[in-house]
Write a protein that binds this ligand. Structure first.
Ligand code: 16G
Ligand code: ZN
Length: 591
């Protein structure tokens, strides 16, 4: 309001002057006077606002000396350290909203971490992660001692030249952790103390909140910003994709889902009626008794390479696991010999990109498709994609934002981390071409069919971020359309045996990497040692990188046999221990 009044006044002052109309002089003076008055009242209001921040922040005090970093996935630590962080992220989201003149999201979750932890992530206007510069502000604000909080806040306002009279709108969501309720209240307090408006979505998955933010800022063109709108958009697309698949048996429609005892389980239950039995979900670890992420969930299954507890899987049955906030998914089954088969993010990327490439060919669309991976992608997947599928493959640093940005460079960018986080991005131009071809009356039936499938696939994919529910529906639809079993899918290529280990060092920052984390630049001699160790094994590859979420160095090795992968991983761990300042016991051999 206030801002508008000043704007109108000053422009009318300019107009009057332009005309040089002396008769309006007193009017001009009155206008200038009222503009000055507005400025004064604006200043007063701003001071009152800061006073409120100062008062309210005392209710969310920062433990002295505690420092935390906005890492690859936001802030994440034991929930008891996070109250002040949440309040301050409420403040920062309000500033970001004023700056971008858009709705910003704040998600309270610690994803796959243990139940006692919690965390927070900010969501930018189009549903992406916040920029690196604002990640820096988040750390700056989080670590300001109580008496310098206002100073740091004003510093950000000044650096970003934020007009504090702009309105602000913040969407908030939380996962099912016991600590999430009070922590999300702290976020709400932060936003309201700076006069921002909030919409509290309560319990939602991380990707649902990303979706809401994108819907809001695109004025509904991405969908309607409600959970119901999300279920409707995705289920309609899924039903369209599967409606013409002949003779789908109940077995093919049946899928065992491990909800990690988290929010994904609750939301899957809510969504079920929308799917009209075209997908029959058998839900386990639904949160009714077990503990969040404990012996279950996508991270457990991927890291342990075994089935979660609490899931009653028959031989060969298709199963999947979500993580604690439902932004990751992995598939698996056990064969008749009791052998466990994991279908991770690499297998998902291969399945989806192969399907999309086929549809593009059938539809006669000349769009460039690429797969974005990280160094963790299994070497077999990269070889298959490049050599057999002839798809461009690009490798980025670990962390969703790096993959997301790289995928934006292509008409169609399929990105997945091996851990099961990923999605597909369609450029605006690609979406336009698809929509135009759907409407084109001159296309033949085969083309029409293919392009309609493409259109529904675009609608089924959550393009804002990796989404376990959306990815699951895409995978289920692709398997149905191509008439593939989970075993057929698994047989596309065979993973090279691999092993991940961690080494504790006194300062993990001594390891610096290049080439998308595939080569260590420092400490001196480490890369040469790794290279000579790798040469001892067949089809081998290994790299080390400092973790972004834990105080350890991660070691990855793959080779032609499990024994070789284990032994290489161990030897590289020893090299890290020796050359990068290992602490505690020396890494022990795995066998
Ligand atoms: C975070 C990242 C994930 C990455 C993981 C690596 C996001 C939203 N999440 O969970 O993408 O794979 O960190 O962890 O970016 P690390 O650095 O400890 O290996
Ligand atoms: Zn997650």
């Amino acid at each position: 309001m206030c801002h508008c009044a000043v704007y109108v006044c000053s422009s009318s002052v300019r107009q009057e002057r332009g005309r040089g109309d002396v008769r309006h002089c007193s009017h001009v003076i009155r206008e200038v006077g009222s503009a000055a008055h507005s400025l004064r009242s604006q200043k007063k209001q701003k001071m009152a606002q800061f006073e409120e921040v100062s008062q309210k922040s005392k209710l969310h005090p920062k433990p002295e000396g505690l420092t935390l970093q906005y890492g690859t996935a936001g802030f994440r630590t034991h929930a008891k350290h996070l109250d002040h962080i949440m309040f301050r992220m409420g403040l920062l989201a309000t500033l970001r909203s004023k700056k971008t003149k858009s709705t910003i999201g704040v998600m309270v979750t610690a994803s796959h971490n243990p139940e006692e932890d919690n965390g927070v992530k900010l969501i930018d206007p189009m549903g992406e992660m916040v920029t690196v510069v604002w990640e820096g502000y988040a750390t700056q604000l989080a670590n300001a001692e109580q008496d310098s909080l206002l100073k740091e806040l004003k510093d950000i306002i000044e650096k970003e030249d934020i007009d504090m009279s702009e309105p602000a709108s913040v969407y908030i969501g939380k996962d099912t952790r016991p600590s999430s309720a009070s922590l999300s209240q702290a976020v709400l307090d932060g936003v309201s103390s700076l006069g921002g408006k909030t919409h509290d979505y309560g319990l939602v998955t991380t990707p649902q909140l990303h979706y809401m933010v994108c819907c809001c800022n695109t004025h509904g063109s991405y969908g309607s910003p409600t959970t119901e709108g999300y279920y409707q958009k995705l289920s309609q697309a899924f039903l369209q994709l599967t409606q013409n698949v002949p003779n789908r048996t109940d077995d093919q429609k049946r899928l065992l889902v491990d909800g990690a005892n988290g929010i994904g389980a609750l939301k899957m239950r809510e969504m079920e009626p929308f799917l009209r039995s075209e997908l029959q979900v058998v839900l386990s670890n639904d949160g009714s008794s077990g503990k969040l992420n404990h012996m279950c969930g996508a991270d457990y299954v991927k890291v342990q390479q075994k089935a979660p507890q609490g899931m009653n899987m028959g031989v060969g049955e298709r199963c999947c696991s979500f993580d604690g906030d439902a932004d990751r998914i992995v598939y698996y089954y056990t064969d008749s010999k009791g052998c466990f088969h994991l279908l991770d993010g690499d297998k998902i990327a291969t399945l989806i990109s192969t399907y999309l490439k086929e549809l593009l060919t059938q539809a006669g669309l000349n769009l460039q498709i690429a797969v974005v991976q990280t160094a963790y992608a299994n070497g077999s997947s990269t070889r298959y994609l490049e050599d057999v599928m002839k798809v461009a493959v690009c490798c980025t640093k670990t962390g969703v934002k790096h993959l997301h940005h790289a995928a934006q460079e292509y008409d169609i960018g399929v990105y997945f981390e091996a851990n099961g986080h990923g999605t597909v991005l369609f450029s605006k131009a690609a979406q336009k071409q698809i929509q135009e071809l759907v409407k084109d009356s001159n296309t033949n039936d085969e083309k029409k069919h293919a392009v309609k499938l493409l259109e529904s696939t675009v609608n089924l994919i959550n393009q804002t971020v990796g989404d376990a529910i959306s990815d699951m529906l895409v995978i289920e639809a692709v398997l149905a359309i191509r008439g593939m079993s989970v075993q057929d899918w698994d047989a596309i290529y065979t993973d090279l045996p691999n092993r991940q280990l961690k080494v504790t060092v006194s300062d993990r920052r001594v390891i610096d990497t290049t080439d998308a984390e595939r080569k260590a630049v420092t400490p001196e001699g480490l890369q040469d040692t790794i290279d000579s160790l790798v040469k001892k094994y067949k089809n081998a590859r290994s790299f080390v990188r400092p973790s972004g979420t834990e105080d350890v160095v991660r070691v990855y090795a793959e080779a032609d046999t499990h024994e070789s992968a284990d032994s290489l991983a161990h030897e590289v761990s020893l090299a890290v221990y020796r050359l990068a300042g290992g602490v505690g016991d020396k890494p022990k051999p795995l066998h």
